[in-house]
Design a protein around this ligand. Structure first.
Ligand code: PLP
Length: 398
C-alpha cells in the first residue's frame, strides 16, 4: 500500500506559519509523543513508581525500541539497542571494534565526518596509548586509503554539511578484504534513506533518534552490532545494565547476551516514551516510499533555487542517489541569509563556514511547502533582505 503522507503529516504538531526544513537536525513533535510522555509521567512514574520498571516494561524498552528502529535500517531482530547519546555510542562501537583487531592500530575516517565522532576517536586513542592512531583523509580518498594496517574504518554515511553519501556496500567489502572492521554512523541515514545493514554485511552502526526519527531533544542513540560479533564484543563502557545479571550485583563484570551488553546505565524512559510514540508514525510507511518522496521534494527544491537564486551554489551532489535527504547551498553570507529566511518563517540551518542546509522529511513536508520556501528564499535574495546587522549576530546554536 502506498504511503499516505497526508495522514502522517496530520500526526505531527507543526506551528502555523512555519515551513520546517530542519527535521534533519531536530525532528518536530509527534502529537502522540506529547500524549505518551504525559501518560508515562502520570500513570507510570506517578502511579506505579518503581514497580513500573517491571509493570510498564521500562526495563525492556531499550531492546524493544531497538527492534522497531532495526526495521528502518535493515538490522536483524535483536541486534539494536537504545541508550546514551550518539557520541557515547560512537566511542563504544569504536572501542569494541578495535579490541576485535588486536594486532592493528589504525582508525581511518574522513575530514567530512561530524567533529564529535573524530573527537571521541581522538579521546579513545589517547586513553589507549600503545601506538593507536586516527587517520583522516578527504571523503573521496577513503577507498584508496584502506590499507592492510587498518583496524577500523569509521565513517558517517551521509555528510552532515553537504549531504554527500558514501557507498556503504562497496566500502564495507573493501575494508573486509583488507581485514578491517567498519563502524557506520547513521545519524543522517536512519529515517532518511534506505539502509540495509544485514545485506551490506555491516559490523557496527550507531545513530541518533532526535533527527529524522523525531524522538525530541536529547532522545537516546542506538547501536547495532552484527549477530556474529555481538557475543564476542567486550564493552569498554561496562555498565551494570549491560551485565549478564544486573540484579545479582556481582563484583565482577560479565557481559550480557548479544546486544544487551551494549547497554550502559539507566535508560532515559521519558525520552524513550516519546520515541516509542514517534515510531508509531514510522510503522505506517516503508523506507522506499519515504526515499522516493524525499528525492521528489529535494529535486524540486534544487531546480527552484537554481532557477531563482543564481548566487547560491549547490554544495550537495547533483545525483540524488549520491545524496542523503538534505540539500545544501553555499553563500559567503550564508548565516545572515538563513537568519532572514527563519525570520520569514522558513526554518533551515547554517553550518560553518558557508553552508545553508535544508532537510527534506516526507512524513510531514509537502510539495506546496517546498515551492513556497523557494519563493521566499528567492525574494530574500532578490531584495538583499538578509543584508541587515540583526541577521549577522551569531546565536550560540546555529
Ligand atoms: C548529530 C550528530 C552527532 C551528535 O551526537 P550527540 O552525542 O547526539 O550530540 C554525532 N555524530 C553525527 C555524525 C551527527 O550527525
Amino acid at each position: 500500500m502506498a504511503a499516505d503522507f497526508a495522514a502522517t503529516r496530520a500526526m505531527f504538531q507543526l506551528p502555523d506559519g512555519v515551513i520546517y526544513l530542519d527535521g534533519n537536525s531536530l525532528g518536530p513533535l509527534p502529537r502522540g509523543a506529547a500524549e505518551r510522555v504525559a501518560a508515562c509521567i502520570t500513570a507510570e512514574w506517578g502511579g506505579m513508581l518503581i514497580t513500573a520498571w517491571n509493570r510498564a516494561g521500562w526495563i525492556d524498552l531499550p531492546r524493544r525500541l531497538g527492534d522497531r528502529i532495526g526495521r528502518l535500517i535493515g538490522a536483524e531482530p535483536g541486534t539494536v539497542v537504545l541508550g546514551d547519546t550518539l557520541s557515547i555510542k560512537v566511542y563504544q562501537a569504536l572501542a569494541s571494534a578495535l579490541e576485535l583487531r588486536p594486532g592493528r592500530r589504525v582508525i581511518l575516517s574522513d575530514t567530512g565526518n561530524f567533529p564529535s565522532d573524530l573527537y571521541m576517536a581522538d579521546g579513545l586513542v589517547r586513553t589507549l596509548g600503545q601506538g593507536y592512531e586516527l587517520r583522516t583523509v578527504a571523503p573521496e580518498a577513503v577507498e584508496a586509503a584502506i590499507t592492510p594496517d587498518l583496524a577500523v574504518l569509521m565513517l558517517t554515511e551521509v555528510d552532515y554539511r553537504t549531504g554527500r553519501r558514501h557507498d556503504m556496500v562497496r566500502l564495507i567489502a573493501k575494508a573486509h578484504d583488507a581485514g578491517a572492521l567498519v563502524v557506520w554512523d547513521l545519524a543522517h541515514s536512519a529515517g532518511a534513506i534506505e539502509v540495509d545493514l544485514a545485506g551490506a554485511a555491516a559490523d557496527f552502526a550507531v545513530g541518533c533518534t532526535y533527527k529524522y526519527l523525531n524522538s525530541g531533544p536529547g532522545g537516546p542513540a542506538f547501536i547495532y552490532v552484527a549477530p556474529h560479533l555481538a557475543d564476542r564484543v567486550r564493552p569498554a563502557l561496562s555498565g551494570w545494565l549491560g551485565h549478564e545479571a544486573p540484579f545479582a550485583f556481582d563484583l565482577d563484570y560479565r557481559p550480557g547476551t548479544g546486544i544487551e551488553r551494549m547497554r550502559v546505565g539507566t535508560p532515559p524512559i521519558l525520552q524513550m516514551a516519546a520515541l516509542d510514540a514517534s515510531l508509531d508514525i514510522w510503522d505506517r510507511v516503508e523506507m522506499p516510499d519515504v526515499r522516493a518522496r524525499s528525492i521528489t521534494l529535494s529535486e524540486a527544491f534544487i531546480q527552484g533555487v537554481e532557477a531563482a537564486c543564481p548566487t547560491l551554489e549547490l554544495a550537495s551532489p547533483r545525483d540524488p542517489e549520491a545524496r542523503g535527504s538534505q540539500v545544501s547551498f553555499r553563500h559567503p553570507e550564508g548565516y545572515a541569509i538563513m537568519q532572514a529566511l527563519i525570520a520569514a518563517g522558513v526554518i533551515g540551518d547554517f553550518r560553518a563556514p558557508d553552508i545553508l542546509r535544508f532537510g527534506f522529511t516526507p512524513l510531514y513536508t509537502t510539495m506546496e511547502e517546498v515551492e513556497a520556501a523557494v519563493g521566499i528564499l528567492a525574494g530574500i535574495m532578490a531584495t538583499s533582505a538578509w543584508d541587515r546587522a540583526e541577521f549577522r549576530t551569531r546565536a550560540k546554536v546555529t
